[in-house]
Design a protein around this ligand. Structure first.
Ligand SMILES: Cc1cc2nc3c(=O)[nH]c(=O)nc-3n(C[C@H](O)[C@H](O)[C@H](O)COP(=O)(O)OP(=O)(O)OC[C@H]3O[C@@H](n4cnc5c(N)ncnc54)[C@H](O)[C@@H]3O)c2cc1C
Length: 466
């Protein structure tokens, strides 16, 4: 049982007491989706849009939104910041298409919420990608250059005044604004999507863990209360995908820690923060923050614990052990929040892949089991596209979604095996922290730390190390 729900999910559950019963019988459906986060829910909704009569069951071990989808920072981003990698993987034409689709996806999420009365505080006010010390400056240069070649100009330069105004902080050295990004209350979105899926006739079973995936011409998912047999299975497991042997070397579960303050309108006003703009810097252990429509500051730091062999267990379900560290970071950047109480601190399972992009595919040897995961800190917006890709795979439509290069499985390059990854990951993470610290003090990091930090897999956005 999860002992510490995120602030977002607790707030969402105040308005939504509906709990689906666990599966308690054997069931035959057309499509069984395992995982009730954004990926699973958007996939179900897309399938129902295409085939209203399709019988769909979602199996969720906790409650819908209990995973990363209900615990994140609520940045609803495009893929523009990941354009160099996306273009490398997909080429100019397809990469450009995906970039444009990712921008349209953010708008589509806002429209979907409006059309379906999902009150997730969607605010389309942009993202400021900053350098929080001189060494990070220009982390976005190669991205802007690549986008420029495609005729895309999603970023606006910021002068020092505008930067301080938008970020509410004097702590940023430089930055660019991407107006196409939104912020939202992620658990309200997840619970809203769950409601829409139910209204469309999707069967949802919460507190129902997949205990075994049985492959074959008609795959099935065994749970404690019964087995679901389906023509197609979709694995929408995010960090938990690591539990399947196929993904041990391609998805790295890693903790991210988030705090939320009590409402503090006056303190935010005095820092000039009132517009829910998303802000993140260019550290490997990234700082990300935004305010909420209720006047809270929500601040997160990436690059937390890496569980041994990716076994998440319940270690990410407690209050964040980095609460004080994250709060100190927030107060360093926004000193006017010094006396504002921290109301909640939580931790969630984020993922990293070698490319920093998610990948989708079909299990080899099982043409009816599809998967999608590895969003690397940027899934709130892209899960919408993930839902299109996975629906297209289930429907066996050979179209731009099922055929896109990011839907052909993981890239060849693999994460190191255990125990190298666990111990090596710890060394790399510590080196990244020392590099950030040295650069904050305008010192040169040691060559060894630089070298170790260069092994960090891609993060939310490119850093100068990558
Ligand atoms: C702290 C944090 C901050 C983040 N901040 C941002 C952000 O600001 N912006 C952004 O774009 N992205 C952010 N992300 C990433 C984003 O939250 C994810 O990419 C996105 O939510 C992934 O959605 P998903 O549906 O694929 O995974 P999840 O929401 O994790 O869903 C997977 C589901 O599978 C279920 N499950 C697992 N195993 C089983 C099983 N055996 N049987 C049944 N069900 C199972 C889980 O309970 C879970 O509900 C953040 C992530 C974290 C952890």
């Amino acid at each position: 049982m999860i002992v510490n729900r995120s602030f977002w999910l607790r707030q969402a559950l105040e308005h939504d007491t509906d709990v689906a019963e666990p599966l308690a019988r054997d069931l035959k459906v057309d499509t069984c989706i395992v995982g009730g986060g954004f990926t699973g829910l958007w996939t179900a909704i897309n399938l129902k849009r295409h085939e209203p009569a399709m019988e769909i069951a979602i199996i969720e071990k906790d409650i819908c939104g209990g995973g990363a989808s209900g615990r994140n920072g609520g940045f609803c981003m495009t893929w523009m910041s990941k354009s160099t990698t996306l273009l490398k993987l997909c080429g100019g034409q397809e990469g450009g298409r995906l970039l444009r689709e990712s921008a349209l996806g953010v708008k589509a999420i806002g429209e979907f919420c409006r059309d379906h009365d999902i009150d997730c505080q969607f605010q389309h006010n942009g993202w400021v990608w900053t350098a929080s010390n001189a060494a990070q400056a220009g982390a976005w240069d190669s991205t802007l250059e690549a986008l420029d070649k495609l005729g895309l100009h999603p970023y606006e330069p910021l002068d020092q005044n505008r930067l301080a105004e938008l970020t509410g902080s004097e702590g940023h050295h430089s930055g660019v604004l991407e107006p196409g990004v939104a912020t939202l209350q992620p658990a309200m979105l997840a619970r809203g999507l769950r409601r829409v899926a139910l209204e469309l006739g999707v069967k949802i079973f919460e507190s129902t863990a997949m205990l075994e995936l049985i492959r074959g011409p008609t795959p099935s998912v065994r749970t404690a209360g019964g087995t679901v047999t389906a023509d197609a299975v979709v694995l929408a497991l995010n960090a938990w995908a690591h539990e399947l042997p196929e993904f041990r070397r391609t998805v790295l579960p890693i903790a991210a820690d988030v705090i939320a303050t009590r409402p503090a309108h006056e303190h935010l006003q005095s820092a000039g923060l009132h517009n829910c703009v998303a802000v993140s810097d260019s550290r490997t252990l990234v700082n990300f923050y935004r305010t909420t429509t209720e006047g809270r500051m929500v601040w997160g730091v990436g690059g937390g614990a890496i569980p041994f062999a990716g076994r998440l267990g319940t270690s990410f379900d407690y209050e964040s052990p980095r609460r004080d560290q994250v709060a100190a970071m927030m107060r360093r950047f926004v000193p006017s929040l010094e006396s504002v109480e921290i109301e909640a601190a939580w931790r969630g399972p984020a993922t990293r892949t070698m490319t920093g992009l998610p990948f989708f595919g079909t299990l080899s040897g099982s043409d009816n089991i599809h998967y999608g995961h590895g969003y690397t800190g940027n899934g709130v917006g892209p899960c919408y596209l993930g839902g299109k890709i996975l629906a297209s795979k289930v429907l066996q439509q050979r179209d731009e979604w099922s055929e896109t290069p990011i839907a052909q499985g993981p890239v060849q390059k693999r994460l190191p095996p255990e125990p190298v990854r666990y111990f090596g990951g710890g060394l790399v993470r510590a080196a990244c922290a020392r590099v950030d610290h040295a650069q904050d003090e305008s010192r040169q990091p040691s060559n060894l730390d630089r070298h170790l930090a260069s092994f960090a897999p891609a993060g939310l956005a490119p850093t100068k190390q990558q």
